[in-house]
Design a protein around this ligand. Structure first.
Ligand code: ADP
Ligand code: ASP
Ligand code: MG
Length: 405
């Protein structure tokens, strides 16, 4: 008998009819003789509605209460799925994150899972019960409800699979697997059969929201093979797994984009030691992570210091940056929310020169201006005007020979 962990995302749980479809799929795997744990997301659109409500109440909603609010979407879907399975004659039981318990740190809205004691759920499984767990949520040591960041149900599922030493971990979503780029904006995108943890980490961190980045970190750390597949058919999906030799042969394996960042620039910063640290530490004290950073000389003893943050952190980051800018006597602060980051990713890049050049030339041919650049061993990212995102993704997909045609 195997232990199977399945996770169903928001679209898969998006209506009563779809929840019935999920229940049938769960029942089928259970009937085949497996122990089952199912992690579910809120019904599609529900978490966005809750976030909008919080933002209507005030500009900077209280962090603790924000998590209490946004965790509620998953409470609805676990109960509906459990009811559905029970009405079909199965033993099923729903659990909030805190009931399992899924223990996290106290970083509200971006908490990290620390530990998952399994005594309670093991007893249910032994008794033949299908265990249904709310994704996205946990509890900190002080007993507060926490959430794991948008898309966090993937992480709940992989962390549970690791903690329970599950035999199979399947992430069911609304596309057939991980593609060379988002199949919803590029019709030539091709499904990838196998992708390494490192490539998937890059793709996820660069915006391919098909898996939340922390779920891939867990998978890599605990060696969990993750099968990403569709809840609407029985097609084989994508295995996210250890790197093997043929993976190295591919130069660029995927293109990712992220419209979820904004750019802040501090102009006319005195060019002396400690200034960058001052700006960045003020942000990190507020638990805001900075992504790309560029510093360039703007003449004389002054430089411009530009960085990006997520749109969710943007307002707060801008307010903090303006305060620091006044303190360090910078000449001004500018901000731009209509940017996007487009990236090419591939483990094959390690051993090939010229990849970045080809990327920049391809964008130049389309008249797309590059505002910022960052590179690692296996990726190149550029920040461009958001209105060119889809165009950039398509021309790069074509230029690097990723097209399925
Ligand atoms: P779920 O609600 O099931 O968690 P998400 O919306 O979070 O689903 O993630 C699935 C979506 O990820 C797809 O509908 C697709 O638009 C998007 N996506 C972005 N990049 C990729 C990629 N490289 N491969 C597959 N899907 C991608
Ligand atoms: N419901 C949460 C979100 O929309 C978590 C998830 O879907 O994974 O971000
Ligand atoms: Mg998701």
């Amino acid at each position: 008998m195997a232990l199977v962990v399945q996770k169903y995302g928001g679209t898969s749980m998006g209506s009563i009819e779809r929840i019935r479809n999920v229940a049938k799929r769960v029942a089928k795997t259970y009937d085949a003789g497996n122990d089952m744990m199912v992690v579910v997301s809120a019904m599609s659109g529900e978490t966005n509605k809750l976030v909008a409500l919080a933002n209507e109440v005030c500009e900077f909603p209280d962090n603790r209460e924000y998590d209490v609010l946004v965790a509620s979407g998953e409470q609805v879907s676990i109960a509906l799925l459990a009811m559905c399975l029970k009405s079909m004659g199965y033993k099923a039981k729903s659990y909030h994150g805190w009931q399992v318990p899924i223990i996290t740190d106290s970083a509200f809205s971006k908490a990290r899972i620390e530990e998952i004691p399994d005594t309670k759920v093991r007893a249910d499984l032994k008794d033949g019960t299908i265990v249904i767990v709310a994704g996205f949520q946990g509890i900190d040591k002080a007993g507060n409800v926490t959430t794991l960041g948008r898309g966090g149900s993937d992480t709940s599922a992989v962390a549970l699979a690791a903690a329970m030493k599950a035999d199979v971990c399947e992430i069911y979503t609304d596309v057939d697997g991980v593609y060379t780029t988002d199949p919803n904006i590029c019709e030539d995108a091709r499904k990838i059969d196998k992708v390494s943890y490192d490539e998937m980490l890059e793709l996820a961190s660069l915006g391919a929201k098909v898996l939340q980045i922390r779920s891939v970190e867990f998978a890599k750390k605990y060696n969990v093979d993750v099968h990403v597949r569709s809840s609407f058919n029985d097609n084989q999906g994508t295995m996210v797994t250890k790197e093997d030799k043929d993976m190295e042969a591919v130069l660029v394996s995927g293109i990712a984009y992220d419209k979820n960042e904004a750019k802040i620039a501090v102009m006319g910063v005195p060019d002396k030691p400690g200034i960058a640290a001052k700006i960045l530490s003020a942000l990190s004290d507020a638990n805001i992570s900075v992504d790309m950073i560029v510093q360039n000389v703007s003449g004389g003893d002054l430089t411009d210091f530009t960085f990006t943050v997520t749109k969710a952190d943007f307002k707060k980051a801008l307010a903090i940056t303006k305060e620091v800018a006044t303190e360090i006597k910078a000449t001004g602060v500018t901000a731009d929310e209509s940017i996007s980051k487009v990236s090419i990713v591939g483990v094959g890049m390690r051993s090939h020169a010229g990849v970045a050049t080809k990327m920049f030339q391809t964008l130049a041919q389309e008249g797309i201006n590059i505002q910022m650049i960052s590179t690692s061993e296996i990726k190149v990212s550029v920040v461009i005007d958001a209105k060119y995102t889809e165009l950039a993704v398509r021309v790069l997909h074509e230029a690097f020979g990723l097209s399925g045609k």
